[in-house]
Write a protein that binds this ligand. Structure first.
Ligand code: FAD
Ligand code: AMP
Length: 471
């Protein structure tokens, strides 16, 4: 049996990042992960690198370029008469990006002298981890500390059982071999919208069925309203208040039955994507035997510092409560490694930014106007449209706006919400300002380069106080 200071189970963005930080801090570290690629080789990186953030963004970028060629470039005076799509090449590029990054994780493990084991890990009690290796070999490791980072898997619903061909989850929807003429998606959450955008841009007629009456209820309502309008204009047929009740595969098409306020309806599509959310994945971890408890929603129960009830056993990322986001998992992983090394670490869950990589993108940090009202907080607000930003006009990306909310008494920024091109990058400034307890005036008095999209955040901060200039 090999002894370690830290054994990490799972090499997604929570686990592999925790392992690297632990090793950097001088801790003897092993990381076990069972993900295999199509050839059976280890493919660390978890959901994020294999079937999540990275392949979806690769396809979002590729499909965005394709869409721009026909929809944006002519307005720039560029003739694009004979454009065609090579879906195979687009998919191969996406696969290569995934392969480069998963191999990169293996390289980082080697560089940091982390023992990587390709296989399934089970807690065996007394800080021992049994590993059933992908090569059939059984090994035992013992760790003074064990970090559980087993991630999440798609939620399955009886009404639409995934068959991998006609009815798929996110993994299948990132690997269609042809553009489905008609694509149905169940769930207008982050994943449903991103995947719907990809296939809409590549030519599918996309219908999204969403059970809830409201669109993106986690986002700021004003931003969600504008986004819904823009997405519908792009051709996404988003139907709210539609609960899918049954599906039937019939001669290569999928007949979807759903209920809306008027009664039972059907929709016929060539492919159906089930994107109704994800659940913590803890199968086979042996939690019960190790005395590690789950919470009421089947997630590994942890305190604010990612400690389970068992000494020396920690848990991070999607397997625990909180937003299922890669950067949340990684920040927890770093903090846990630092706490194990005896440092004091802090995870600021209130400052985890959210991003939806549609076009335009949606990004926010902090509280929405609705949350602030519900919390009884008095706040000032400032908003500014990209249409009034010179750079946005020059680039032809004028959709959307920025909203900044600040405390009415202290001016401290309480939330920033962006609908617009590059919102995923622009939000970082607001996160930094909030991490330093900045005020709207701090943002307003910070010099922003001209002409840039970041001027919209500057102007929104000005609007929350002394007034915007360009409107
Ligand atoms: P995971 O990435 O799920 O990794 C867990 C790993 O543990 C897996 O490799 C699994 O095989 C392994 N494992 C589990 N049990 C065992 C065991 N017993 N033994 C060995 N190994 C085990 N988030 C963002 O922040 N930005 C995005 O743009 C984004 N896009 C997404 C797009 C899609 C389509 C999807 C599905 C998700 C997306 N996410 C995004 C979410 C993001 O992928 C997750 O939040 C993130 O991967 C969680 O990291 P994790 O380390 O907790 O778990
Ligand atoms: P998210 O959790 O952000 O990925 O979003 C998943 C979405 O799927 C939620 O908005 C759910 O309301 C929606 N959803 C879940 N079950 C169904 C169903 N049977 N029919 C339609 N929408 C659903």
């Amino acid at each position: 049996m090999k002894d370690y200071d830290v054994i990490v189970i799972g090499a997604g963005p929570g686990g592999y990042v925790a392992a690297i930080r632990a090793a950097q801090l001088g801790l003897k570290t092993a990381c076990v992960d069972k993900w295999s690629d199509a050839k059976g080789k280890a493919s660390p990186g978890g959901t994020c690198l294999n079937v999540g953030c990275i392949p979806s963004k690769a396809l979002l970028d590729s499909s965005h370029h394709y869409h721009d060629v026909t929809h944006l470039l002519p307005a720039h005076g560029i003739n694009t008469e004979s454009v065609s799509l090579d879906l195979g090449a687009m998919m191969a590029r996406k696969d290569k990006v995934v392969q480069n990054l998963t191999r990169g994780v293996l390289g980082l493990f080697r560089k940091n002298k982390i023992d990587f084991v390709h296989g399934s890990a089970t807690l065996a009690g007394d800080q021992v981890v049994n590993v059933a290796g992908a090569d059939g070999e059984q090994t035992q490791l013992r760790g003074t500390n064990i970090i559980l980072a087993s991630g999440s898997v798609p939620i399955a619903i009886d009404a639409a059982p995934v068959d991998g061909e006609h009815i798929v989850d996110n993994e299948g929807a990132l690997a269609f071999d042809a553009v489905p003429p008609k694509l149905g998606i169940i769930g207008a959450g982050v994943i449903g919208l991103e995947l719907g955008s990809v296939w809409n841009r590549l030519g599918s007629e996309v219908t999204i069925l969403e059970a809830m009456e409201s669109f993106l209820p986690a986002a700021d309502a004003a931003i969600a309203k504008d986004a819904a309008k823009l997405f519908r204009k792009q051709g996404l047929d988003i139907r709210l208040g539609c609960k899918v009740t049954a599906t039937r595969v019939n001669e290569g098409t999928v007949v979807v039955r759903y209920d809306d306020e008027e009664g039972a309806r059907t929709l016929e599509v060539d492919r159906l994507v089930v994107a109704v959310g994800r659940r913590a994945y803890t199968d086979g971890l042996g939690l019960e035997a190790a005395g590690v408890a789950l919470d009421e929603r089947g997630r590994i129960a942890v305190d604010a510092n990612c400690r389970t009830g068992q000494a020396g056993i920690w848990a991070v990322g999607d397997a625990t409560a909180g937003p299922m986001l890669a950067h949340k998992a990684s920040e927890e992983g770093i903090a846990v490694a630092e706490m194990i090394a005896g440092q004091s670490a802090h995870i600021d869950h209130a400052l985890v930014p959210w991003v939806i990589y549609t076009h335009p993108e949606i990004a926010w940090v902090g509280r929405t106007a609705e949350q602030l009202k519900a919390d009884g907080v008095e706040f000032t607000s400032g908003s500014f449209p990209f249409a009034a930003i010179g750079r946005a006009q020059g680039a032809g990306i004028t959709d959307g706006s920025v909203r900044v909310y600040a405390c009415a008494k202290t001016d401290r920024i309480l939330g920033a919400h962006i609908l617009g091109s590059n919102a995923s990058e622009l939000i970082a400034e607001a996160v930094t300002a909030m991490a330093f307890h900045g005020s709207a005036e701090d943002l307003a008095r910070t010099v922003h380069a001209h002409p840039t999209l970041s001027e919209a955040l500057h102007e929104a901060a000005l609007a929350a106080g002394s007034g915007a200039i360009h409107i």
